[in-house]
Design a protein. Structure first.
Length: 284
């Protein structure tokens, strides 16, 4: 008996894109790959024969409670393609302590009182990441934009939703990755409830400001500012860039940002130079 080979990555991406990055029946962004015709019958991986189902609907199909005809009909008109966004998914954050990790920097909050609102990351006065404690419930808020300032992913009071027009969105376990193209990660998030979220890699964009996030750095492309190993504890604003500047306690504040008239290529060359120097010194 031969082992079942894994589905090739390119076929998986094609299936994800066609299905709107969610269960074709209900839009749930946590999904599993399902051969509409049983593997034992076809023994092949063909994108057109594979769909996405959430664990509930996958189990129903496996147990023959969900007819393949119903799955095939949903596959031809997926929930998320019809709506243009994923179904809302609730994230289970809780408690009075929370931290945001961005690269190797950490913005931490402890003993949050009821009614508190903190913003570890702010761009042009907008909290890109924010936490509030409401009636002992810890609520995460997050927003990510593309180059034209269109929101592509939002978390509002722990409810996550994303725009399904992206090149690729892949959610595996705790890791949610949005790709702009082959080998080009726009955003990689790691959710670690009840108290931590990680921006592991990617680009944060807002009104012409660009922050590049890597394993051990935050880099502002506009002004070629390089940051690493920042730690703040209980600063209402952790890292703020752009205008207006915060009028509350903040850890790092950067203003006077060049917007669209800057040499992006030169800035990225400078970033690579800095990273190469770190590698030579054993710092990466």
């Amino acid at each position: 008996m031969s082992l079942r080979p894994p589905i090739p990555p390119e076929i998986k991406r094609e299936v994800r894109k066609r299905c709107g990055f969610g269960c074709v029946l209900c839009g749930m962004p946590l999904y599993e790959y399902e051969h509409m015709l049983e593997w034992s019958q076809v023994q092949r991986h063909v994108a057109e024969e594979i769909t996405l189902l959430c664990r509930l609907h996958h189990g129903e199909k496996t147990n023959r409670l969900l007819p393949v005809e119903v799955v095939a009909a949903a596959n031809s008109n997926p929930y998320n393609i019809r709506t243009g966004v994923s179904r809302q998914h609730f994230l289970h954050y809780s408690g009075q302590a929370v931290k945001l990790r961005v690269g190797d920097s950490c913005f931490e909050y402890t003993n949050l009182p009821n009614g508190a609102f903190v913003a570890p990351l702010v761009m042009d006065g907008l909290p890109i990441v924010g936490f509030r404690l409401d009636q002992d419930e810890l609520l995460l808020n997050f927003i990510a934009f593309n180059e034209i300032n269109k929101p592509i992913l939002q978390i509002v009071d722990n409810e996550l939703i994303y725009d399904t027009s992206q090149w690729d969105i892949e959610w595996i376990a705790q890791n949610l990755t949005i790709r702009e193209g082959r080998g080009r990660i726009l955003l990689e998030l790691i959710f670690s409830p009840p108290s931590e979220i990680v921006i592991a890699k990617g680009r944060l964009l807002r009104n012409g400001i660009e922050l590049l996030i890597g394993k051990n750095y935050i880099f502002n492309t506009n002004n070629s500012n390089f940051f690493g190993s920042i730690t703040t504890v209980n600063c209402q604003v952790g890292f703020a860039i752009g205008e207006p500047t915060p009028n509350v306690g903040a850890g790092i504040v950067i203003s006077g940002i060049s917007r669209y008239n800057f040499d992006r290529k030169a800035a990225r060359q400078f970033l690579r130079k800095c990273l190469n120097e770190q590698r030579m010194q054993g710092g990466v």
